[in-house]
Design a protein around this ligand. Structure first.
Ligand SMILES: NC(=O)c1ccc[n+]([C@@H]2O[C@H](COP(=O)([O-])OP(=O)(O)OC[C@H]3O[C@@H](n4cnc5c(N)ncnc54)[C@H](O)[C@@H]3O)[C@@H](O)[C@H]2O)c1
Length: 465
């Protein structure tokens, strides 16, 4: 069965895209059958927040998977049946090993064993906030010596339109094999939402674009086996643009509600109440929520991949830049609100204040600190002469990061009546479930809430920011 797509207007377009003639020298139908029969061995390169759930999705549907990573420590941990990501239980990894469907390796020579390679390596920004494709091109260089006829190579990392064919393809073809004739190259963006139990990897539709008709047919056949629905599009560039569009949509809308938050706060209006009421409109409105700034590996970064590429076409992406400016200003806005609240409470001021921060992870119920605005807030607090401690059940200790090495090794304090009482002010940056916000508002003299986590408590000492 090739298609799990529901009938509807997408189907004719999908059939048209998938039915172009084949110029390839390998037996495409035989390869396709290996995917349909789930006999194919799949390589996943980059065993991180995206790659690891992908391994789980593939093995659940009967594929054997070899996981590749350059980080020997991660590989050793996984082969010992343990997980290094909070929301992926040890038991999940141990199960994969028990079923003998997965092993992790650092040696790319093992690519000789696999039929398809799915690449989930990081795509960050450089210090100058330009795309850093060194992981993608490094991976292509690692694959190239082991590329063999019939290989299907799919890039899943988020990136600007053109990366698959302008950056990956020349490296892969340098050895003499040709894309579309000897091997097959495709792009399919990862849409993972770590910690989201409603939408795990297999339940999220997958967009696929191929370098040529056969690549698209093969990639679609593979993804059809383990995701709820595949959405073929006409090119790798279109699929790359789809992912950026999704994340730019979020970045811009979050900037909009952050701007509204500041205006409405000045007017004495609660933006959260406004959004809740606006959400009752059954059409034409979608709620987004303000916060202390953007975090994570995607929303603060991906939009600038397009900004960079757009310059090649003499186009400036003003919407994206503006959204970036507003979202980047949020930690300062939060600090201003905190300072004013301290002043109003008794002229205490920020200098010398003891701040208890709730939540360092960039979003609720995950242990991921990447780009977390809390780290920026910590930096600003110390620069203004305040001291802080933090409580985060997901982050017992802050790991070293490139932007904020100074906070590495700081440890989470327990949230008790005593720790709450001994702070001048608490600042909720991340609204993890399972945190006792009632205890916090009962014992801490002042609480600044950037996530509306205390709304249900009706406490008089909470200031939204
Ligand atoms: N984390 C998310 O929520 C999310 C969601 C959607 C898309 N993405 C995208 O997916 C991609 C991967 O993100 P992630 O969050 O999984 O990153 P990650 O840092 O958690 O994992 C990447 C892994 O790749 C490994 N790696 C780096 N270079 C390598 C190489 N040359 N060969 C083999 N392994 C290598 C790293 O050691 C690491 O284990 C990025 O492009 C990201 O934008 C992430």
């Amino acid at each position: 069965m090739l298609s799990l797509a529901p009938p509807g207007p997408v189907q004719p377009q999908r059939d048209a895209i998938l039915s172009n003639p084949s110029p390839s020298r390998v037996d495409v139908e035989q390869l396709r059958r290996r995917f349909l029969d789930r006999e194919a061995v799949i390589g996943v390169i980059g065993l991180g927040y995206v790659g690891l759930p992908l391994v789980g999705a593939l093995t659940t549907k009967g594929f054997s998977v070899i996981g590749f990573d350059v980080d020997g420590e991660k590989v050793a941990v996984l082969n010992a049946g343990r997980s290094y990501i909070h929301h992926i239980p040890h038991e999940t990894i141990a199960d994969l090993l028990r079923q003998r469907r997965f092993r992790a390796v650092t040696d790319f020579a093992e690519l000789a064993q696999v039929d398809a390679v799915l690449i989930c390596v990081p795509t960050p920004l450089t210090r100058h906030r330009e795309p850093d494709l060194s992981y993608v091109s490094g991976t292509a260089r690692s694959i190239a010596p082991h590329l063999k006829p019939g290989h299907l190579i799919v890039l899943e990392s988020t990136t600007y339109p053109g990366t698959t064919r302008e950056v990956m393809l020349p490296i892969l073809e340098a050895g003499g094999l040709k894309s579309g004739r000897d091997f097959f190259l495709a792009y399919s963006p990862e849409r993972e939402d770590p910690g989201n139990s409603q939408y795990s990897t297999t339940k999220i539709p997958k967009v696929v674009g191929g370098d040529g008709a056969d690549a698209l047919v093969l990639a679609t056949a593979l993804y059809d086996q383990f995701v709820s629905r595949t959405v073929p599009v006409s090119s790798c560039e279109t699929a790359e643009a789809v992912k950026l569009t999704e994340n730019i949509f979020r970045a811009v809308n979050i900037a909009l509600v952050n701007e509204l938050k500041m205006v409405y706060a000045a007017m004495g209006i609660d933006v959260w109440e406004v959004i809740r009421a606006a959400s009752t409109k059954p059409f034409g409105f979608m709620p987004f929520y303000p916060g202390p700034g953007l975090g994570g590996h995607c929303i603060p970064i991906d939009p600038f991949y397009l900004t960079w590429k757009a310059r090649e076409y003499d186009i400036s992406t003003r919407f994206i830049e503006l959204a970036g400016e507003i979202n980047t200003a949020m930690p300062r806005y939060v600090i201003e609100r905190l300072q004013r609240a301290l002043d109003e409470q008794g002229g205490k001021g920020l200098k010398g204040a003891r701040v208890l921060i709730l939540g360092v992870a960039y979003k609720k119920n995950v242990d991921d600190l990447r780009e977390s605005p809390t780290l920026k807030i910590m930096e600003l607090l110390e620069a203004r002469g305040a001291s802080f401690s933090y409580h985060d059940p997901y982050v017992p200790e802050i790991r070293p990061s490139r932007e904020h090495p100074e906070f590495a090794g700081r440890r989470s304090v327990p949230l008790t009546a005593e720790t709450a009482r001994s702070a001048d002010v608490a600042l909720i940056c991340t609204d993890h479930d399972g945190v006792d916000y009632r205890l916090l508002v009962e014992h801490c003299p002042l609480v600044i809430d950037t996530r509306n986590a205390c709304a249900h408590l009706g406490a008089g000492n909470v200031v939204k920011a």
